[in-house]
Design a protein around this ligand. Structure first.
Ligand code: WTA
Length: 658
């Protein structure tokens, strides 16, 4: 490194605020700072601005109906179809021959669909679903990896008004069964397999195993043939080959069904405090308006862009910001099937260069991995097409932020650090890239129209610099409407902590800790419940715990998240064996397998620590905080309130901190 470079590097390390480049501001979709005040003064009518980004078949009467809070309704009596908004209207406009989806397979094959072609595919699959008997409001489960048939199937469902429930392809057979059972879903779309690091991965066996655990009749299963000859598989009587069915519907035309704004668009299962996953319900009008608006205002998406969100559609980020938001705006959205280091560690940058990507959105865990691999990989490529960078999913440490800014953005792209959740449907706390300065590590102020506050345990706003909790004090169009079939849990999980029910004042509690500074910038610190964030994937420790105690020979277990350099957090299992079982490799292997079977590889424990006892308070509660500290290699602090303090050293000795 030359002296000049070293000086620059040192300056960057110390710099605490960054201005968005003038060239970006000049062209930004939103650049008038008055928008914050405008939204505040006109709330809730300000949200018409989001609704105006959509084409409505019938205009709505009211922007917000809060009569039955917190069961809020948005854009009431408006009617629209999400598939029409994401496809047809762009075909009717001037984007019929522009690329809607640009897909790249792991082996390097590509498929691109113009808006016209996407319309054809979606209509044919919509006709297929109808032919199978799928009716409006039937829930269709999609257990597919990152292949184009996934967004096609989502949009086909939306077209006929059948809510989809996408189950992340990395989830296990058991996880699929649990989700299909919870939604009483009778239809499944899956595939034979997909590629991972060049190997053909069997997916259909997992799907079939999952189907065995479904407690009701599944009428039909559609199987996409992704692997061709690389994987032979048999189809049961109710299973059909995707291409065969679609061929029968060649040229079909299916009118988009008119849906009420409040009709369910999809269900997305996510982890919560208890073992059972929560079925988050999102609606057609509010969700679509909100994802379109945030894609426009925060990601600065324009139709001419090539936009790439490198998430998996199996999670909310992919739903909102690979599929619905960008397609509603008529842009080109990219999809990549594979891993970022295959065949080489420059794969992402090769794709950015090849496709002249304008906007790139990923997770801090990926950035930390890129950083570890080294700056030589991005340096091999021309990344000058990039205009804006984004991150999501977990807090980003300032070092990773600055690395991203410099080595990917060439110090010429604003970064939006976007805080949100499955439940919020879209971004909530982030800078607007055409307006705000940026502070590495801090997400920024709440978006216009979002009343996010940082409060103490009593709900009082706290002073700058202190740590508290995030609350959201007014509703927003993209919010979840309820938990599927469980209004009571919806209230308990999100609205019971800080609301004043008698006064009809409802406050949403996202269960995140945060700090706020003098400028109103919010730094999110992480979950305050039993949810952990492994490589940006949200996992419930209770779900993992129940998998561990389900293993023969395990008497009791506690699962916590410990700090991890790349993953952010990693899974640590503390387990007590039953009398008569040896705590050796064999039992460890079975615990590992138990977790893989019940959730999937994303929940794979970093370490399994056998202990004769778990540290407990005098009242018998497991001291999770202590177990987290041990896993993270942190100071243990006061252990005198424990009933069994001696066990702590014993455990700590066994943990192998890297
Ligand atoms: C965390 C993902 C810090 C947070 C969209 C939240 C973040 C959980 C950020 C939701 C961010 C998400 N900074 N933390 N920019 N974005 N989180 O439902 O703890 O998979 O509650 O939604 O991720 O995870 P979920």
């Amino acid at each position: 490194m030359s002296q000049e470079d070293a000086n620059l590097e040192a300056r960057l390390e110390e710099q605490e605020t960054f201005e968005p480049p003038e060239s970006f501001v000049e062209q930004a979709n939103v650049s008038d700072p008055g928008i914050y005040e405008e939204f505040e003064e006109n709330w809730p009518d300000c949200w018409e601005r989001a609704a105006d980004l959509l084409s409505w078949e019938e205009e709505y009467d009211t922007v917000l109906d809060d009569d039955d809070a917190p069961f809020y309704e948005w854009f009431t009596n408006g009617r629209l179809n999400a598939s029409y908004n994401c496809i047809d209207r762009h075909v009717e406009g001037d984007r019929a021959d522009e690329v809607a989806i640009e897909w790249e397979g792991e082996l390097g094959e590509t498929r691109s669909y113009t808006y016209n072609e996407l319309l054809e595919e979606v209509e044919e699959f919509a006709a297929t679903l109808r032919e199978l008997g799928v009716e409006e409001d039937d829930i269709v489960t999609l257990y597919l990896p990152m292949i184009p048939e996934l967004p096609i199937a989502m949009l086909a469902c939306a077209r006929i008004g059948a809510p989809h429930a996408v189950v992340f392809a990395g989830f296990s057979a058991d996880a699929l069964a649990t989700r299909m059972n919870a939604g009483e879903s009778e239809y499944l779309v899956t595939c034979d397999g997909y590629y991972r690091r060049g190997d053909a991965l069997d997916h259909i066996s997992k799907a079939n195993e999952g189907l065995e655990g479904v407690d009701h009749e599944v009428s039909d299963v559609v199987v996409v043939d992704r692997l061709g000859d690389d994987l032979e598989h048999d189809l049961a009587d109710n299973q059909h080959d995707y291409d065969d069915l679609v061929a029968e519907q060649a040229g079909a035309s299916v009118d988009p069904v008119s849906r009420d704004a409040e009709d369910m668009l999809f269900l997305m299962y996510t982890s919560g405090t208890t073992g059972k996953p929560k079925g988050v319900k999102h609606t057609t009008g509010g969700y679509l308006a909100y994802t379109a608006w945030t894609s426009h205002a925060v990601l600065d998406v324009e139709p001419d862009d090539t936009y790439w969100c490198a998430a998996d559609i199996g999670w909310i980020t992919g739903h909102s910001y690979i599929v619905y938001g960008p397609l509603a705006l008529g842009t080109t959205t990219m999809m990549y099937e594979g891993t970022p280091d295959y065949p080489e560690k420059d794969r992402m940058w090769e794709l950015v260069e090849k496709n002249s990507v304008d906007i790139f959105y990923t997770a801090p865990t990926a950035i930390r991995a890129f950083m570890k691999w080294g700056e030589q990989y991005p340096a091999e490529h021309d990344l000058s097409s990039l205009r804006l960078l984004g991150t999501v999913g977990e807090p980003i440490n300032p070092r990773a932020w600055k690395w991203y800014y410099k080595h990917i953005g060439g110090e010429n792209c604003p970064i939006v650090d976007t805080w949100w959740q499955t439940e919020t449907g879209g971004m909530m706390i982030t800078t607007l890239p055409g307006i705000n300065e940026m502070k590495p590590g801090s997400a920024g102020p709440p978006l216009p129209g979002i009343d996010a506050r940082i409060v103490d345990a009593q709900g009082e706003e706290i002073s700058a610099g202190e740590a508290g909790y995030v609350t959201i004090n007014n509703p927003w169009p993209g919010m979840l409407r309820t938990l599927y079939n469980n209004d009571e849990r919806f209230i308990n999980e999100y609205w019971s902590e800080y609301s004043d029910e008698e006064a009809d004042e409802w406050v949403y509690f996202p269960e995140d800790g945060a700090k706020i500074d003098e400028d109103g910038f919010i730094t999110v610190l992480g979950r305050v419940d039993d949810v952990i964030n492994v490589s940006g994937h949200r996992l419930g420790t209770m779900e993992i715990e129940s998998a561990v105690v389900g293993v023969e020979g395990i008497a009791e277990a506690a699962v916590v998240g410990g700090d991890h350099e790349v993953k952010g957090e990693a899974v640590y299992v503390y387990a007590i064996s039953e009398d008569g079982y040896e705590t050796g490799d064999e039992l460890e292997e079975r615990v590992m397998q138990g977790v893989l079977d019940s959730i999937g590889p994303i929940a794979k424990p970093e370490e399994i620590i056998f202990t004769p006892e778990l540290p407990k308070t005098r009242s018998g509660k497991i001291m999770r905080r202590l177990l987290e500290n041990i896993a993270s290699g942190d100071e243990l602090g006061n252990t005198s309130t424990l009933r069994n303090p001696e066990v702590v050293d014993e455990i700590a000795e066994q943990v192998d901190i890297d």
